[in-house]
Design a protein around this ligand. Structure first.
Ligand code: HEC
Length: 100
């Protein structure tokens, strides 16, 4: 029983840590990804982890200064991974739904 409880505490702790990491990444995106373009071009993507890694490498090469790269990567994979349903089409249209 003690073992089960310990395991649950461990799992909850791990999930909370993941969520904190994702939120850190969300903040990092607002800091390091909006200097040259809006968020829409990022949020309509559906990429796997490796593709997001290459995307971050490319943006860094182009001048983005990324401080919390690990957190940003976790955030992108969690919210805009290739396992997520396609972004609503109207958000791909120019200037529409650009807020998010
Ligand atoms: C120094 C300028 C700059 C910064 C900062 C920047 N980008 Fe970009 N990004 C570009 C340019 C230029 C393009 C391509 C032009 C376009 O399509 O508007 C682009 C396009 C993209 C695309 C579309 C796919 C592609 O590769 O063309 C994604 C996704 C993207 N950026 C993600 C990010 C992320 C995530 C960050 C934050 C880490 C970021 N960008 C920060 C310049 C930048």
């Amino acid at each position: 029983m003690k073992g089960v409880l310990g395991f649950l505490v461990y799992v909850c702790g791990a999930l909370a840590a993941d969520q904190a990491m994702v939120e850190k990444g969300r903040a990092e995106e607002k800091r390091s990804c909006v200097g040259c373009h809006g968020l829409r071009i990022i949020h309509v993507q559906r990429l796997g982890r490796g593709a997001w890694e290459r995307e971050l490498d490319k943006m860094a090469r182009w001048g983005s200064v990324i401080k919390e790269r690990e957190a940003l990567l976790e955030y992108l994979v969690a919210n805009h991974g290739d396992d997520k349903p396609a972004a609503p089409l109207e958000r791909s249209a120019n200037g529409v739904g650009a807020k998010k």
